[in-house]
Design a protein around this ligand. Structure first.
Ligand code: Q0Z
Length: 299
């Protein structure tokens, strides 16, 4: 019996593993300018999976999580079918067995820097998520304090910001406050660790769920796909800093003359290799661990 697909994202899949469990599989696919490129980035799926496990363990004193195991030996036997010709070795390190949670209908975003939609709001109303900010801030400036800016999963890729009061209407006051406090503290801890390694976590998105009546960290956590990572030495307030992970891909696509309509041009091998290196470096610097020590090495 094959595992049934329950959700398919742009770059990852979620399968029903039975027994109230799900198998979350991160692929090596990468998206840029809203399209998925044809060339996989070697080790990207392992990096995102290893980062999630690192942060779930590091934050375990703050909140329980959905994680059951990342050990390929403990995955359901059918997971091997997802690994292609290599079998279980083909998904080793990029699959997580997790507990199925009752997901909060919220995207729990925390922003530490003024970019993207946060910067746009500031330019229009000198506020962030409705809260007034000091005058004179520039794009990509650090915020005085990290701010919880929840949104709802509206349509694919296009989330709708909601006020804290609207979040309260969706999940109740106690849950909304708990979610906010948990996410802001998790962001503070991760951003401080990354900063010591020369990487800025500009913002991040958490997905929380209820497991056994408790608020738990679910989904991917503090990965390059759920966060904006910037090299600290290239951060210049007033400009939009490069993304730590995807910048080689963006730069090459921008220079290729591509009109941003699918299909995108094929990435040269050196751009693929550079990008893979960036993902591995992000993991090793932010998490202080070697990717060679993670499941699926040399697979
Ligand atoms: C995560 C997603 C993915 C596509 C649902 N522990 C959980 N319990 C219930 N639901 C989820 C989780 Cl993680 C859940 N997503 C996001 C993940 C592929 C979409 F791997 N959706």
């Amino acid at each position: 019996m094959s595992l049934q697909l329950v959700h398919s994202g742009k770059v990852r899949e979620l399968y029903d593993a039975g027994d109230g469990r799900l198998l979350m599989v991160a692929s090596d696919r990468i998206s840029a300018f809203d399209v998925v490129l044809a060339e996989p980035i070697p080790d990207k799926g392992r990096v995102l999976t290893a980062m999630t496990v690192h942060w779930l363990a590091d934050l375990a004193d703050l909140a329980p999580s959905h994680l059951v195991t990342a050990d390929p030996a403990e995955l359901p036997a059918e997971a091997a079918e997802l690994g292609g010709a290599a079998g279980m070795a083909g998904i080793a390190g990029r699959a997580l067995l997790v507990r199925r949670a009752e997901m909060l209908p919220l995207e729990c975003i925390v922003r530490g820097y003024l970019v993207g939609s946060g910067w746009k709001e500031y330019t229009e109303s000198r506020s962030l998520h409705g809260t007034p900010l000091p005058a004179g801030l520039q794009q990509a400036d650090r915020l005085p304090e990290p701010v919880f800016t929840p949104s709802t999963k509206a349509t694919e890729g296009h989330d709708l910001n909601i006020s804290f009061e609207e979040a309260v209407d969706l999940v109740g006051k106690e849950m909304a406050e708990k979610a906010r406090d948990l996410c802001v503290e998790a962001y503070r801890r991760a951003a401080a660790a990354a900063e010591r390694q020369g990487i800025i976590v500009a913002d991040t998105k958490f997905e929380l769920g209820i497991i056994d009546g408790e608020l738990a960290l679910c989904d991917e956590v503090l990965t390059p796909d759920s966060s904006r990572f910037w090299p600290a030495d290239e951060w210049r307030p007033g400009t939009s800093p490069p993304s730590f992970d995807k910048q080689p891909v963006r730069d090459w696509l921008e220079g290729s003359g591509w009109d941003k309509q699918p299909p995108p041009p094929a990435l040269p091998a050196e751009v693929v290799a550079q990008t893979s290196e960036r993902y591995i470096t992000a993991y090793e610097r932010i998490c202080g661990r070697r990717l060679a020590d993670w499941y699926g090495a040399n697979g």
